[in-house]
Design a protein around this ligand. Structure first.
Ligand SMILES: [Zn+2]
Ligand SMILES: [Zn+2]
Length: 662
């Protein structure tokens, strides 16, 4: 008999050679029906693999990320089986699951004489569903390299032969389901019966092994689900995600642009986008002043020496922007990849006493990092971006309190912006491998418990990852779920023992002795660029009122009311309510439509009745008419909505309405 430890910590005895599926059956038949694979001693395996030693076993279902990945990868095999049935002679490259759901298979359809396009999707989906219904088992077989070569030579699949070259005898396995056999390490789900809904999503070209000198294969993307309803939901989300793509909305709302001439990955902020950025900056600056931060400004470049000292040059130098050389003198500068070294030098600008700690230096610092052109993506991957950065210099004993304060700030930001679903990931060092990390055991223990305790005291939902800490300190990251259920990493708080050493930072303690401070890096937004991209997609361009570039649009029914409209607009402006005054010679319907498309929160409509009554007719975007009122009444309504939003109450619907799409 062997001991099997389950995730709840319970230990059960099973026969030597039992399988995860048998373990599932011993618990309940319902569970067994849902088991897709299992994690045995940390390794994901087929549910029918035998277990011969004492092991920890986690059964994986659709609710586990690794269960889904196994399911989608197995679906790629089903896709291949269907392709082979439809197009004999097709050759196969690789078919992995994708991190964000679904899978693809790279295939060579030339030999089958097929040009695969959108018209072929449906037939392929139907074939996959037909084969899935046969509930064919995924059967694993160990093969010798010679036998594997013989099989794919006979089949004439040069891509599999190419893959085989890189494998060693003894580690080669085939998996078969139905009439299809693939070279694969596995694992897979028990049988094809779990695949109940199929959608072929798109098709693209992909060079074999990503090398442009190789043949271009056809990459077929698909997704599958255990229930038809889940596919339906997924397709709705995809459509919604397309509508909310920040690159699309950024253009429509005139927030930012890119110019090839300026350079790839270097965003240009347009006036409306700049307003949005400035509002975010003001918001953060105000919150930071309240929390005791001091604002600083440092240049966009720094001498190479600075980054040699900080260690950034050694770590990133070769793979990033190269040094800038000055004429004549022997000087080299780097574009600033991080603000921290500059802030360390500010710390060092005078002798520090413990009475000055914690010292919190904040900067909206623009940094530059080289990203390969293929990696660039809208505002989420750029080469120049602005961090809402700050560095807190404190004593080890102050780490916990500072952490609590930073968590408060991060939560205040999330709340005010309508992010209500988040978890905190605590990254600690690997206790088995302490030599990998710098800093004393005592300091690590203190900092780690400071993070764990402050997260607990703030009531955060947390996940703890051992071994995920940076070598220079533990950290806490916030993972935020957006309105479409996608996860984004925003907001990092990182303890650092390394930079204070490298820069030889000191303070004089109450004991009159020199001590080394701890440094905490933190950025609630992360970068303004990425944060705004996430925010745009989260709210679909319907920004919270306090943040909207144009908060109001004053619209005239005809030119007779232009003078009154100007008066209204100036009055609102004096109340710090901003936007546009639309006195164009256009029909009111057109003006309303344009303001709706621009997602302007409030439309202030003025005509005869309003002018005579010294009132305005108000229309809320996404809601409709809310009636006539005086400007003072409107201002009160406006301010109440902002106060609600900053307190975390968001009335504005988050999913776009059909009306807006027109
Ligand atoms: Zn496989
Ligand atoms: Zn930093």
């Amino acid at each position: 008999m062997i001991n099997i430890t389950l995730p709840d910590g319970s230990v059960r005895l099973y026969e030597h050679g039992t399988t995860p599926m048998q373990i599932a059956l011993s618990i309940s038949e319902g569970l067994a029906r849902n088991v897709l694979a299992a994690k045995v001693n940390g390794v994901v395996v087929d549910a029918n693999r035998t277990i011969t030693t004492d092991s920890t076993v986690q059964l994986l279902t659709w609710n586990d990320a690794e269960g889904k990945a196994t399911y989608w990868h197995s679906s790629a095999h089903l896709l291949a089986e269907a392709l082979e049935a439809l197009y004999p002679g097709v050759k196969f490259g690789i078919g992995p699951a994708l991190e964000n759901g679904g899978f693809y298979y790279d295939v060579d359809l030339d030999a089958a004489g097929v040009k695969f396009g959108n018209e072929e999707f449906e037939a392929l989906e139907n074939k996959m569903l037909e084969l899935a219904k046969t509930k064919s088992e995924y059967i694993r077989k160990e093969v010798s390299k010679a036998d594997a070569f013989a099989y794919f030579t006979e089949k004439g699949d040069e891509y599999k032969l190419d893959l085989l070259e890189g494998l060693n005898d003894g580690e080669i396995t085939f998996y078969s389901q139905g009439n299809f056999t693939d070279l694969c390490r596995g694992p897979h789900i028990p049988n094809t019966g779990a695949i109940k809904a199929v959608k072929i999503l798109s098709v693209a070209g992909a060079y074999w092994r990503g090398n442009q000198e190789n043949k271009q294969l056809t990459r077929i993307y698909g997704i599958t689900f255990p229930k038809a309803g889940e596919l339906k939901d997924y397709l709705v989300l995809i459509e919604e995600a397309k509508k909310r793509d920040h690159r699309k909305l950024g253009k429509e709302l005139e927030l930012f642009t890119f110019s090839e001439k300026v350079g790839m990955g270097l965003p240009l902020w347009l006036p409306k986008g700049t307003l949005l950025r400035e509002r975010l900056e003001q918001f953060m600056r105000k919150a930071q002043v309240k929390a005791g931060y001091l604002q600083v400004v440092t240049p966009h470049i720094g001498s190479k020496e600075l980054y040699v000292t900080s260690g950034h040059y050694e770590k990133y130098g070769k793979d990033s922007f190269q040094p800038i050389k000055t004429p004549g003198e022997n000087e080299e500068f780097l574009l600033k990849p991080m603000n921290c070294p500059h802030h360390c030098e500010i710390y060092k600008s005078k002798p520090r006493s413990y009475k000055e700690l914690p010292l919190r230096l904040a900067e909206f610092g623009t940094v530059y990092r080289y990203e390969q052109s293929g990696e660039l993506h809208g505002l989420t991957r750029v080469r120049g971006f602005t961090q809402d950065d700050a560095h807190i210099f404190c004593t080890t004993d102050q780490v916990k309190e500072e952490f609590m304060k930073v968590i408060d700030l991060v939560l205040y930001v999330f709340n005010a912006l309508g992010f209500h679903d988040y978890t905190a990931q605590i990254s600690l060092r690997d206790p088995e491998n302490k030599t990998k990390y710098i800093g004393s055991d005592e300091d690590w223990a203190k900092a780690e418990s400071a993070i764990i305790e402050s997260a607990a005291e703030k009531g955060l939902r947390t996940v703890t990852e051992l071994g995920e800490a940076a070598f220079y300190g533990p950290k806490l990251d916030f993972m935020v779920k957006d309105a479409l259920g996608r996860k984004w990493q925003l907001g990092t708080i990182q303890v650092d023992y390394q930079l204070p050493n490298r820069f030889e930072l000191e303070y004089i303690g109450s004991d009159n002795q020199k001590h080394r401070p701890v440094m905490i890096h933190r950025a609630p937004f992360g970068s303004l660029e990425r944060f705004i991209a996430v925010l745009i997609e989260h709210c679909g361009g319907n920004f919270p009122l306090w943040l909207a570039p144009d908060q109001i649009a004053v619209l005239t029914i005809s030119e007779k009311y232009n003078a009154y409209a100007e008066e209204v607009y100036r009055e609102l402006e004096s109340m710090d309510i901003r936007g546009i005054c639309d006195t164009r010679d256009e029909k009111i319907g057109k003006k309303i439509r344009d303001a709706e498309v621009g997602k302007v929160p409030f439309m202030i409509i003025v005509g005869e009745e309003e002018m005579n009554g010294k009132k305005v007719a108000v229309r809320r975007h996404g809601v409709g008419d809310i009636g006539a009122m005086t400007l003072d009444q409107f201002a009160a309504h406006f301010r109440a909505e902002i106060a609600d939003q900053l307190a975390g109450k968001h009335h504005v619907q988050e999913v776009a309405t059909a009306e807006e799409e027109e």
